[in-house]
Design a protein around this ligand. Structure first.
Ligand code: EPZ
Length: 427
């Protein structure tokens, strides 16, 4: 199994190109199911999850073609065409590897009148239920059956009709499934307490490019006027705000200066505010954000919460950064019930962290020491890489297939700014 080996202690300097956002790509790709015309997505990141989603769409009858990056762009261009739906079943062996597969449920139901998707099951960070997704589809008239580890949604004979979906708690995925179903439902749908993550706005803008009529973008109430059909479109995936924040933490941890090319400020105010509070110098340049650390990291007290608050996907990376702060920080994880898998591994590198229920007390230490560590989930893996970049000596991060799900060309991007990092084939 591959692992990553890092010799820490180098201050990183230079430019890192930011890839298309994984969590936007994974909700834009299933939009191809909503029309029989081609949907072309630009700036798609080269990630394991994007490849897995492409294979799932192929199983459903979607033809996919890939072309290299266009001039001046970093990501791939892929065209998806669901001329016909060959299958309405998303099988267990695909869904169990990638929870985001649940995002074919709504579009398949909207296009084909039925969808059967394996229940995604839990993952390292929590049990990841889908009750809110199902509630949304039922509000549009779908009948839901749960059997043998699968969920089957069926539209009534006359098709889905618009209605009011009122989410008791904010859910990114459920809001995405609701949007992708409502666009083909008869009449108007109002989605209340909708998630406001930038990836939702990216999805809405892509659907509008395909002919959908959606109001209330960026707000917590989305109004959708259903259409009989949608047409093809070409749409560019937004830059990845979590990748941007992750590399910004690398600048802080190594006392370096990184220009993050393609980063978009409007999607990451809470992340930038946290970095500034920790002592980062942040400069906005045309098409880039430059983050400089001077080696002194200030302690913070931060709680994760839905957008526009501080994102849960940045909690592990900030914890790595704050493990070297001059003082004690408090991190509180309010979204997932088990998102501290990185703590024991960071502690093995010398971090002083105490988990108390939903919170973690991080007492800054003078320095970290490289060690062999184990990746457990995507963002935890990145926090270990970040710690390794700052640690004295060698760090080996094992099970890096987690990293490949969400960080495109990680070692290449870090080598280009001075990191001593390489991928070593597994034994
Ligand atoms: C999306 O997951 C992201 N994944 C996650 O990123 C991200 O952490 C999360 O949103 C929160 O921002 C993708 O976009 C592919 P939720 P999602 O539904 O949609 C509970 C990463 O590292 N809930 O907003 O699954 C749920 O258990 C990944 O890139 C229900 O109770 O997140 C959680 O506690 C990790 N019932 C909370 O809501 C439901 O039906 C938020 O989950 C759905 C969710």
């Amino acid at each position: 199994m591959d692992r990553i080996v890092i010799q820490g202690g180098k201050a990183l300097q230079g430019r890192i190109p930011i890839s298309g956002a994984k969590n936007a790509a994974l909700t834009l790709m299933p939009c191809a199911l909503l029309t029989d015309e081609p949907l072309t997505l630009r700036n798609l990141p080269r990630l394991a999850d994007v490849d897995s989603f492409g294979h799932l769409l192929n199983e459903l009858g979607v033809a996919t073609s890939v072309e290299g990056a266009r001039k001046g762009e970093f990501g791939r261009v892929m065209t998806f065409r669901a001329a016909n739906i060959a299958s309405t079943v998303a099988p267990y062996d695909i869904v169990r590897k990638m929870r985001a597969s649940i995002l074919v449920l709504g579009p398949l139901l909207a296009r084909a009148g039925e969808a059967t998707v394996s229940l995604p099951g839990g993952c390292a960070i929590g049990n990841r239920p889908i009750d809110l997704h199902l509630k949304a589809l039922q509000a549009l008239g779908a009948e839901i059956e749960l059997a043998a580890g699968y969920v089957k949604a069926t539209a009534p004979p006359g098709g889905l009709t618009g209605g009011t979906i009122s989410f008791p708690t904010v859910s990114v995925g459920a809001t995405e499934n609701a949007l992708m179903t409502a666009v083909l439902a008869k009449g108007t749908t109002v989605i209340e307490n909708a998630a406001r993550e930038p990836e939702i706005t990216d999805l809405a803008q892509c659907l509008i490019a395909m002919g959908a009529e959606i109001e209330g973008l960026r707000s917590d109430t989305l109004t959708v006027h259903g259409k009989d059909r949608l047409h093809g479109a070409t749409y560019a995936v937004m830059p990845d705000r979590i990748e941007t924040g992750s590399y910004a933490c690398a600048a802080m941890l190594t006392g370096g200066s990184l220009e993050l090319v393609g980063a978009r400020e409007d999607s990451m105010h809470a992340i930038l505010s946290g970095l500034a509070d920790a002592g980062a110098l942040i400069e906005f340049k045309p098409g880039a954000i430059k983050v400089t650390g001077d080696g002194a990291i200030k302690p913070l007290s931060i709680s994760t919460a839905p957008f526009p608050a501080f994102p849960t996907d940045m909690q592990a990376q900030f914890m790595a950064m704050l493990s070297l702060a001059r003082g004690t920080s408090l991190l509180t994880e309010t979204i997932f019930e088990n998102r501290y898998m990185h703590v024991p591994e960071l502690s093995r590198m010398g971090a002083d962290i105490e988990v108390r229920g939903r919170s973690a007390v991080v007492r800054g230490v003078e320095g970290l020491v490289g060690a062999p560590v184990m990746a457990t989930d995507l963002r935890a893996s990145m926090s270990l890489v970040l710690a390794g970049l700052a640690a004295k000596g060698e760090t080996q991060v094992n099970r890096i297939y987690h990293l490949d799900r969400g960080y495109e060309r990680l070692e290449e991007k870090l080598q280009a700014v001075g990191a001593e990092i390489e991928r070593v084939g597994g034994d």
